[in-house]
Write a protein that binds this ligand. Sequence first.
Ligand SMILES: Cc1cc2nc3c(=O)[nH]c(=O)nc-3n(C[C@H](O)[C@H](O)[C@H](O)COP(=O)(O)OP(=O)(O)OC[C@H]3O[C@@H](n4cnc5c(N)ncnc54)[C@H](O)[C@@H]3O)c2cc1C
Length: 400
Amino acid sequence: MNKTKTVAIIGGGASGLLCAIFCAKGGVEVDVFEQNSKCAKKILASGNGRCNITNKNVSSSDYFSQNPSFVEFALREFGYEEFKKFSQSIGLLLDEKEDGRVYPLSNEAKSVASTLINYAKSLGVNFYTDTKITDIKALFKKYDSVVVATGSCAASHLGGSDDGLRFAKEFGHNIIPIYPSLVQLHLASLAPKKMSGVRVDAVVTLYIDGKKEQSISGDVLFSDYGVSGFAVLDISQSASLALLEKRKVEISLNLLSGFDMQKLSSHIQKIASNIKNFTILDILNSIVPSKVAQTLLDELKIPLSITSDEITVKIAKNIANTLLNWRFEVNDTHGFRHAEVAGGGVDTTEINPKTMESLKQKNLYFCGEVLDVVGRRGGYNFAFAWASGYLAARDIAKSS
Ligand SMILES: Cc1cc2nc3c(=O)[nH]c(=O)nc-3n(C[C@H](O)[C@H](O)[C@H](O)COP(=O)(O)OP(=O)(O)OC[C@H]3O[C@@H](n4cnc5c(N)ncnc54)[C@H](O)[C@@H]3O)c2cc1C
């Protein structure tokens, strides 16, 4: 009789849990080692506690990697339909939004984490929490296969660690330099601090070495160090990578995208001529938050108290131009601790895209964010964690 195969999975996060479930379903004896006191802390914190569990429209173009085609096989084999079928089969029903994002029907990340963990337990998976693996080679002596599902070093308070990269190096793997992504940006200006706490709807445009890279509309929140908000997170991937490459990174904010330059400066001049004793601050206060109005006038060195007859065409145009194209230099990100994910990681040219097995060490597998694969915001990072965990499990279980 064949001996039951054994696998050690390092990391009880998204990819580790999916891998554990499919290994166990395939008849493998599974031990999951998790350094935290409980598994799935990032799942629990995801989507502001709602867990944007995947995306209906997931495709390889939603990912950044030095090896962009690497994700294609995984997304074909365990894409949205396959994930949906699996999650429905364990009672985890999904709520598909019009824009493609998918959430659990419960609208609670808790239900995702507990369903996956409880289902894994029901299949006989053994969980060892509060157990940080430091010696991967010792695991190899004990188990038939070892899976590195340690995630990235983003969000260390939730278990983010670079242990997986260290393990990979022990087996001679190349590491693509890592950088924080889906992260807040630091600006080389005191203006954001003066507007701290203000949230605006804006179009954020990213410039790299002076060249327009991308524009995203959404909310922007000013803070002491710079800017956050969904529009900022969305451009942060390219911004952070460019900073890593020591390129010049700037953003411009259009705070009144319903106007063009001519319309906005005419509006300022019209109100100035209609209401004689209005100050420039009165005029701006009625179209942007007051902290924004004051900061902008300070930056342009325009006295707040100038009244209508002092508001020249040149001043009106200068203000309009800044409101529509307020340019800031980005000098840093808010760092790995605050990032949702990290770009870079284990070089995927050294991983079999069909099995997630290392091409350097037989029976060693990598899945999830430890690999040089990072997705856009919108459920794509979990989508890859599920798919890569599934592929590793399928290969591990294939001859058991
Ligand atoms: C605040 C936040 C919100 C997010 N929201 C979303 C979202 O809504 N949708 C989305 O798609 N993505 C989201 N993400 C990203 C998503 O959580 C990750 O991409 C995904 O969890 C990666 O899965 P993983 O299995 O690779 O790593 P993880 O889920 O991070 O799991 C890795 C596990 O390994 C453990 N570990 C690490 N080293 C060791 C060791 N040496 N020994 C033992 N255990 C170890 C860690 O403690 C951790 O539990 C969010 C991330 C954060 C931080």
